[in-house]
Each structure stands twice: as structure tokens, then as C-alpha cells.
Design a protein around this ligand. Structure first.
Ligand code: NDP
Length: 244
């Protein structure tokens, strides 16, 4: 029941949940490899982890670009050995009612939250299947369980992530572990991409009860720590005060 020396590849590692998972897993002895677009943030996080005695490295990549994501996964394997765990976490949430027709934001959400998740799976799954060993952790949301007004497209992407997790688990039963993680409101930079003022107000109200990112990091590390014959399929973690 240890994650010592496990190689964990984390997308969206430059802030919020990805950063918290990286710091928590590294503190418990895992080798963490981070990817995201903001190089300065990744550099700082990796330097902090190393200063604390942990093992970490990074390569920048835009998850919407399959070639860049594969290059990052290859760099992780080169740095630390085969990837044991993919934390498929990069995502954004520019909420708005559909009637506002923010079609560019719809497209970005589909590209990052769905295609980005698929790109990271494509970059890591073949090697895991060849080794018949590995763990894929996909970051869905409570928005992948329930649809909220003003969040139709975001919810659509998170329902898709949950469906992809289910399919991946069924196809690889007995060989790979797949965990679908559904956080509620967590204090991160997630709401920063909301451009619609009404949706921003709604999110600001909801996020008054947000919990810290470390709650999700603890849950993810718990799922990784379980022995290979135990698969934690679903995790829903939200503020006690939040209705699902
Ligand atoms: P943050 O905004 O803090 O982090 C988002 C991360 O995704 C950043 O590291 C960002 O890195 C990365 N990212 C965004 N776009 C791209 C891209 N095109 N290519 C590569 N990386 C990208 O928010 P969270 O930590 O909260 O979000 C992480 C995940 O958790 C998301 O999938 C989100 O939907 C999910 N989630 C969050 C909840 C919350 O309340 N916080 C609740 C439920 C789910 P960079 O900008 O450097 O590229």
C-alpha cells in the first residue's frame, strides 16, 4: 500500500488539482511528471518538490495537440521509466447559458476537456496494455453526474469523461485500473475562464463553500495506493455543504 517510486504522469499539473496531486504524491515518494502550457508554473512546482527531497520533472504541452502530449509522455518515460499512472486532469470551465452562443468557448471545452483527455489516453494506453499494468485516473466532476443550468456544455464534457472512464474500464477489465474522479467545488483557478458575468456571479456564490485542492489529492493518492487487485472505480468528493 505504497506509491513509492510509482511513475505518475499528470496533465494540468501547473495549478489547482494537478499541482496538489503532484505535491502530495511526490511527498509520499512517487516520481511525478507534470505537463501543462505554463512553463514558469511547472518550473516552480518541480523546483519546490525537488527542494523537499521529492522526484519531479516536466515538459510543456497543450493537451489539444496529440503530438505534444505524446512527446510529454515519452519524456516522462525517459526520465523515470514506464508510466504507472496517468492523472488525466487538464480542463477548463467557461460557463454560460447556451443562448449566449459562446460557440468558441464550447469548442475549447470540447477540445480540452474531451479531446485532451483522449490524447493523454492515446499517449499512454498502448504501453500500459502491452505491460498489462497501469492505472488511468480521469478527472470528471459532479457536473458529470448532474446537469446545471448555465453549465450544459461543461456538463456534457464531464459526462463524456465519465463515459470514457466506464468504457476504458470495461475494455481493460482484469488488466488496467480506471478511476473516475468527480470533485464538487474546489478552490482552484477553474472559474478564471468564465467570461459571462452572470455565470461568474453564480460560480462565485457556489465557490464560497469550496474546499481545498488537497482533499482531492488525498483521494487520488488513496486510489493509487490500493493494491493492484483493488480498483477504486468512482470517487465523488464535494464540500459537505454542497448539494450534488
Ligand atoms: P485550474 O484552472 O487550477 O487547472 C487547470 C489545469 O488545466 C491547469 O494546469 C492548466 O494548465 C491546464 N490546462 C488548461 N488548458 C490546457 C491546455 N489546452 N493544455 C494543457 N493544459 C491545459 O483548475 P482545476 O485544478 O480545478 O481543474 C483541474 C480539473 O478538475 C479540470 O478538468 C476541472 O474540470 C476538474 N474539476 C475541478 C473542479 C473545481 O471545483 N476546481 C470541480 C470538478 C472538476 P495551463 O494553463 O498551464 O496549460
Amino acid at each position: 500500500m505504497s506509491i513509492e517510486n510509482k511513475v505518475i504522469f499528470i496533465t494540468g499539473g501547473s495549478s489547482g488539482l494537478g499541482e496538489a496531486i503532484a505535491r502530495h504524491a511526490a511527498a509520499e515518494g512517487a516520481k511525478v511528471f507534470l505537463t501543462a502550457r505554463r512553463k514558469d508554473r511547472l518550473e516552480t512546482i518541480v523546483a519546490d518538490i525537488e527542494k523537499a527531497g521529492g522526484k519531479a520533472a516536466f515538459k510543456t504541452a497543450d493537451v489539444t495537440d496529440a503530438v505534444q502530449v505524446k512527446a510529454a509522455a515519452d519524456a516522462a518515460t525517459e526520465a523515470f521509466g514506464a508510466i504507472d499512472v496517468l492523472v488525466n486532469n487538464a480542463g477548463l470551465m467557461p460557463l454560460s447559458p447556451m443562448g449566449k452562443l459562446k460557440t468558441d468557448e464550447w469548442e475549447t471545452m470540447v477540445d480540452v476537456n474531451i479531446k485532451g483527455v483522449l490524447n493523454a489516453i492515446a499517449a499512454t494506453l498502448p504501453d500500459m496494455q502491452a505491460r498489462e499494468s497501469g492505472h488511468i485516473i480521469n478527472m470528471s466532476s459532479v457536473a458529470g453526474h448532474k446537469v446545471f443550468p448555465g453549465a450544459a456544455v461543461y456538463c456534457g464534457t464531464k459526462f463524456a469523461v465519465r463515459a470514457i472512464s466506464e468504457g476504458l474500464r470495461a475494455e481493460n477489465a482484469g488488466k488496467l485500473r480506471v478511476t473516475n474522479v468527480s470533485p464538487g467545488a474546489v478552490n482552484t483557478e477553474l472559474t478564471s475562464t468564465i467570461s459571462d458575468p452572470d455565470a461568474k456571479d453564480m460560480a462565485n456564490n457556489l465557490y464560497e463553500i469550496a474546499i481545498g485542492a488537497d482533499a482531492i489529492a488525498r483521494a487520488v493518492v488513496f486510489a493509487i495506493k490500493e493494491p493492484d487487485d483493488v480498483s477504486v472505480n468512482e470517487l465523488i468528493i464535494r464540500p459537505t455543504k454542497q448539494e450534488l
